[in-house]
Design a protein around this ligand. Structure first.
Ligand code: HPA
Length: 269
């Protein structure tokens, strides 16, 4: 099914009102949509949607009103490391654009490279380093592939998210996220390398989604929930189980920030 066919199916089930904001929920963060009124659609009903089978993700698309915004929430994402496809999230993001969204906010669990940003902290991504060398637009035949990534993480949305965090009394850092392909975690030497290059956090997602969102004309923003110190930076052992166990601590803060942001119904500039 094409993105416009899938968008039509979603409108049939959830109503035709355009979506304002798309949210992508990361590992251990998939409960954000719980308790809101709206329509949930299994990815398996959306022909061509990726499976999003990593534990800690919920392969459901929620459409509903949260505060002032009509929101599409992707309860799970697919990662490059599941399929070897950097553009695995292209169809969901095309659908989001078809539904009318002007902005996409991604969330993720990430390892911290910063001694002053411990597990449980939030980091607003200000820029990224594509350490994977992969790109979701490889193979795109049009000149639209040459996407400008200056201010890819929209400064206006970042300012508003930072204000929302401050209003909630939540400290939020701002930093650079490095995309590592995964699924193995990084070596301590790799962490030292990306630290030297200027990264503050590391993870296995988000970067391809932000590139795709910009390609599709949507504004983008992203927040990391720090679940661990990156490899070699602490004695704690790194594992996916640990990520899932730690994510809810930061996720509580993240959901307060996001709810306030959506409730505000900010006019986009
Ligand atoms: N590295 C990569 N991805 C991650 C990490 C990490 O340390 N923690 C959570 N996701």
């Amino acid at each position: 099914m094409s993105a416009s066919d899938i968008a039509g199916l979603i409108r049939n089930r959830a109503g035709t009102e355009p979506v304002d904001t798309g949210l992508i929920l990361g590992s251990g963060l998939s409960s954000f949509a719980d308790g809101f009124e709206g329509v949930s659609i299994d990815y398996s009903d959306l022909d061509g949607f990726p499976h999003a089978g990593v534990s800690g993700h919920n392969p459901t698309l929620f459409i509903g009103q949260i505060g002032a915004k009509r929101v599409a929430i992707f309860g799970g994402r697919s990662h490059y490391y599941e399929h070897g496809k950097a553009d695995i999230m292209r169809l969901p993001l095309e659908v989001l654009a078809e539904l009318g969204a002007s902005e996409m906010i991604a969330t993720n669990a990430a390892g911290s490279l910063h001694p002053h940003t411990p597990p449980g902290d939030l980091m607003l991504i200000r820029d990224h380093i594509n350490f994977s060398g992969l790109n979701p637009l490889i193979g795109e035949p049009t000149d639209r592939r040459f996407v400008n990534l200056v201010d890819a993480y929209d400064p206006g949305i970042r300012r508003k998210l930072a204000d929302c965090a401050a209003d909630e009394g939540i400290a939020i850092k701002s930093g650079v996220y490095a995309w590592y392909s995964g699924p193995s975690f990084e070596t301590p030497a790799e962490i030292l390398a990306i630290q030297t290059l200027g990264a503050d956090a590391v993870g296995m997602s988000t970067v391809p989604e932000v590139i795709l969102a910009r390609f599709l004309g949507m504004k983008a923003a992203a927040i990391s929930v720090i679940t661990n110190m990156a490899a070699g930076m602490s004695d704690e052992s790194i594992s996916h189980e640990h990520t899932k166990a730690m994510a809810p601590i930061g996720a509580q803060k993240l959901s307060r920030v996001l709810k306030r942001y959506l409730a505000g119904g900010f006019v986009l500039d």
